[in-house]
Design a protein around this ligand. Structure first.
Ligand SMILES: *Cc1c(COP(=O)(O)O)cnc(C)c1O
Length: 462
């Protein structure tokens, strides 16, 4: 192959080609970047030839130039594409942890755009004309809607757990039931976070049963907190028992200075018909000292950790040096405030998570039929079958709940289900479908109406 090395064009020969000028104009990629890529590509081909790995038979100068341009075009396409990009979620899992959990409401998006593209009063008190605190921006909305005394927002619920234990139980004991030491996924374990915070974890009870006396017997001079963790992503059934928050509060009252903290996980603001997610305001009524939950699970807002509780304790958290480390950005606060406002104003159907959960079968059917008819008009290669199935809430919420849905089962004249699934995943935009019993299924619960024309094009163009 070495004899063809001299057929490799020089860099300037590639740059002088019309295709180079066209690519430069069309892609807007700087000259210097394109030049660097040409260098890399030529270098790569040279290496392949030297190692006898170049497969092309007796390539001419023109052949090699063609190859260089093909590779250059590919590289510029990849370059222009964002790594984080829009994906169509056809899995039916509403809070898909790998797909960004909650979608934001339009109102939240608008507020994010407004505050991100402009200056804002993030830390300026407009009324008093002096420095303000970002904590105050969402505090009133959160306390009003939940009845909490005080509120604070940090980066996510894991950060909330960490900050609370670090501030309120450092080098002291936190008692927690063995049945509640959950692993959330992505290797996040409640027990690890507790240990990392410097609190001493004191496990009580067994996997299936923990009684009040288990906590009672474990309380000692070192105990600072009785902690309860909502077992969000699994259910124990059968011979089980756990102690509810109200009983822990009563127990703590017998011991001065003992705090009760509940990590709620999802943080439902009201009672959903399905599942048994604890409602935030009800949990607060038990007299619990402090609670935390995620902003982007059932609440349907941005990634955040929301802390609610007694003012004296929340103030302590705000004063801790770590509060600065774990603080949230203005975009998060903008989206969270708008999300909470939607609840407060009774417009919770604006929130995609809430809307998707309560979507009617007829609406799902309408979406599915629009899709099927749209593709049929453009391509003869597909066969569709609309059938009953179930969707999941996901995100470690309501593990036992199955929402009745309709899915479109898709078949192609040429491609196998696995091939369809892969092509959808690597397409533009990416479509994540469900692969079940060797069938590709599209669940229209999580496919928004505005996704449908895009999805039709994905199928018609395949
Ligand atoms: C999801 C969850 C967390 C972690 O929340 P993030 O917002 O993802 O950090 C912590 N505890 C429980 C019980 C959870 O369900």
């Amino acid at each position: 192959m070495k004899e063809y090395l001299r057929e490799l064009p020089a860099i300037h020969a590639v740059q002088n080609d019309n295709r180079f000028t066209a690519l430069q104009e069309e892609s807007d990629i700087p000259y210097s970047t394109l030049t660097k890529w040409i260098q890399d590509i030529i270098h790569h081909i040279r290496e392949q030839m030297l190692n006898n790995n170049w497969e092309q038979e007796s390539p001419t100068k023109a052949d090699l130039k063609n190859v260089i341009f093909t590779m250059l075009k590919q590289k510029s396409e990849t370059f222009r594409q964002h790594n984080l990009r829009y994906v169509i979620n056809a899995t039916g899992t509403i809070l898909h942890t790998n797909l960004g959990r909650a979608r934001l409401s339009q109102k939240a998006i608008d507020q994010v755009v407004l505050t991100a593209g402009n200056y804002s009063n993030l830390e300026y008190d407009l009324e008093q004309g002096r420095r303000g605190s970002r904590h105050q921006l969402t505090e009133s909305a959160l306390t009003e809607i939940t009845g909490a005394e005080a509120a604070m927002v940090v980066n996510n619920n894991a950060a909330a757990v960490y900050l609370i234990l670090r501030t309120l139980a450092y080098k002291q004991e936190a008692i927690v039931s063995r049945g509640e030491l959950v692993e959330i996924g992505g290797s996040f374990r409640i027990s690890s976070i507790m240990e990392e915070s410097g609190a001493m974890l004191r496990e009580v009870g067994t996997t299936n049963k923990t009684h009040l006396f288990d906590y009672e017997q474990a309380i000692g001079d070192e105990t600072a907190i009785l902690m309860k963790v909502h077992t969000s992503n699994f259910k124990t059934i059968g011979f089980t028992d756990s102690v509810d928050t109200g009983k822990l509060v009563k127990l703590a009252q017998k011991h001065r200075q003992l705090l009760v903290y509940e990590d709620l996980g999802s943080g439902a603001l009201y009672n959903f018909e399905a599942g048994d997610e604890p409602v935030v305001s009800n949990v607060l009524k038990t007299g619990v000292d402090i609670i935390s939950f995620s902003g982007d699970k059932l609440l349907g807002g941005p990634q955040a950790g929301i802390i609610l509780g007694r003012k004296e304790l929340v103030d302590k958290l705000k004063r801790h040096q770590l509060a600065r480390v774990l603080r949230v950005d203005k975009m998060t606060l903008a989206a969270l405030e708008a999300t909470i406002k939607s609840y407060a104003e009774g417009d919770d159907n604006d929130i995609p998570v809430i809307r998707d959960m309560s979507l009617s079968i007829s609406e799902i059917q309408q979406r599915a039929e629009t899709f099927v008819e749209g593709v049929r008009r453009k391509s003869k290669a597909w066969q569709f079958n609309i059938q009953e199935d179930t969707s999941q809430v996901g995100g470690g919420s309501m593990p036992d709940v199955e929402l009745a849905t309709l899915v479109v089962s898709v078949c192609h004249t040429q491609f196998t289900p696995q091939q369809i699934f892969n092509r959808l995943r690597t397409g533009q935009p990416a479509v994540l479908a469900r692969l079940k019993h060797d069938r590709v299924l599209l669940d229209f619960r999580t496919i928004a109406t505005c996704d449908i024309p895009v999805l039709i094009d994905c199928f018609a163009g395949m």
